[in-house]
Write a protein that binds this ligand. Structure first.
Ligand code: NAD
Length: 263
């Protein structure tokens, strides 16, 4: 299937590793030009170099923290200076700290709100007017299966990703007639550094090994394995494509069957 995004410009945030990087790789393989961000320039530039080498795509890397509105503004300005427009926005960020309600103070809630919710609002605000003016745009938010079934011990993630989902569903309706789609993609347990970190945290908390923590998760997954970032990126690229032109307002999981609800 030709996804029809050759020459489109995609801005993917938090993309030096993990899910963001996998989505960037898939979009580049489909012919899109990329603007990528992460906080650490050296890691980011290494990723940009690897994607250029693998796909021949034009890739701009801008070191930026999506939790910082000034960085978001600088990132979008750099994208527009290099490519003139942003057609596809994939919002992603690092995960917030794990913990229960009692373990998070007001500062932790503020920081997580800036990281997970305000970043999506600011990025969307910056690129949406251009998409609407051109009559074509794709906004895809990477959230989590936690928006459909909260995960124990991830209070901040469970709460703030639900807020992103409500914002995106409302925006999808508001902009649907202008050719811009807004969707969310929900990773289940996928093999990235973040998941290794969560396994270590769970192991320390419950006095088990990280391997045992991972096995506890895979025992809850009907496919009995973690997902691979490429499996996640395949759906992400489709939702960002011309071929997904009649799909908006959705929240779709890539989770090996972990979510048990009807939806
Ligand atoms: P990861 O830790 O492997 O990669 C995160 C990437 O984000 C890195 O490139 C990092 O440099 C970048 N980053 C982190 N904070 C940033 C910031 N403030 N500004 C800019 N860049 C930043 O994580 P991942 O597994 O790829 O997860 C991506 C997102 O998906 C996270 O929010 C995570 O909580 C969520 N998620 C992941 C899984 C999973 O199983 N992997 C499941 C559910 C949700």
């Amino acid at each position: 299937m030709d996804l029809g995004i050759t020459g489109k410009v995609a801005l993917v945030t938090a993309a030096s590793k993990g899910l963001g990087r996998a989505v960037a790789e898939e979009l580049a393989a489909e012919g899109a030009s990329l603007v990528l961000c992460a906080r650490t320039d050296a890691t980011l530039q290494a990723t940009c170099t690897a994607i250029r080498a693998a796909t021949g795509a034009r890739v701009l890397g801008v070191a930026a923290d999506v939790a910082n509105p000034a960085d978001v503004a600088r990132l979008v300005q750099a994208a527009l200076a290099e490519f003139g427009q942003v057609d596809i926005l994939v919002t992603n960020a690092g995960g917030p700290p794990a913990g229960t309600f009692e373990q998070h103070d007001a500062a932790a809630w503020d920081a997580a709100t800036r990281l997970l919710l305000s970043s999506v609002v600011e990025l969307t605000r910056a690129v949406l007017p251009g998409m609407q003016a051109r009559g074509w745009g794709r906004i895809l938010n990477i959230t989590s299966i936690a928006v459909k079934q909260p995960v124990a011990g991830l209070m901040l993630s469970n709460s703030l990703r639900a807020a992103v989902t409500g914002m995106a569903r409302t925006l999808a309706t508001e902009v649907a007639a202008s050719g811009v789609t807004v969707n969310n993609i929900l990773p289940g347990y996928t093999r990235t550094e973040r998941v290794e970190h969560l396994a270590s945290a769970a192991a320390t908390r419950d006095n088990i090994s990280p391997e045992q923590a991972t096995e506890r998760w895979t025992s809850e997954i009907p496919m009995r394995r973690l997902g691979e970032p490429r499996e996640f990126a395949a759906l992400a690229a489709f939702l960002c494509s011309e071929r997904a032109s009649y799909i908006t307002g959705t929240s779709t999981a890539v989770d090996g069957g972990w979510l048990r609800g009807l939806y």
